[in-house]
Ligand binder design. Structure first.
Ligand code: SF4
Length: 151
């Protein structure tokens, strides 16, 4: 990935760019990412918002191949719809790399919450990350991105 190649766009979780789209209405902005979005180098998406979920919303976690809110609502359909819509954005901009928010049930890579809402983590990818990987997109967590490019 070349951060100075104007042709190459990188997909990124919108909350990492400072958008208040998390379940609790907060953001997880990182200044370098916000700057790259401002410059048009990174393309922000939020698959949960894109799937029609409100801000704020109940937290949700993956259980098996489904996603449930804390009060037990099955929100799998919204997660899948949002992932599909954001995949289209990715393809429109010809992104080959995505920098996604760690541990999220949509954007997590490698580790996600365990479905019991007790703070525990299990190995696995979020719904959006799974879909991107199926389409050949390389996914990095924000920490992986910063380790490589944050200096
Ligand atoms: S779905 Fe992804 S982009 Fe949206 S708030 Fe959650 S982690 Fe951030």
């Amino acid at each position: 990935m070349d951060l100075h190649d104007e042709q190459e766009k990188i997909l990124v979780s919108a909350c990492l760019a400072g958008r208040h789209c998390r379940y609790d209405g907060k953001e997880k902005g990182i200044s370098l990412i916000a700057q790259l979005v401002e410059e048009g180098k990174m393309i922000p998406v939020c698959p949960e918002s894109a799937g029609g979920l409100m801000i704020p919303r109940e937290p949700s976690e993956i259980r098996g191949d489904k996603v449930f809110s804390r009060t037990g609502e099955d929100v799998t359909a919204q997660y899948r719809l949002g992932a599909q819509r954001c995949l289209k954005v990715c393809q429109l901009h010809h992104c080959r790399i995505a920098v996604l928010k760690a541990k999220s049930p949509s954007c997590g890579k490698g580790l996600v919450h365990n479905g019991r809402f007790d703070g525990g983590l299990v190995e696995g990818d979020g719904i959006f990350t799974q879909l991107l990987k199926e389409h050949g997109i390389t996914v990095l967590t924000e920490d992986e991105f910063l380790q490589e490019y944050g200096k």
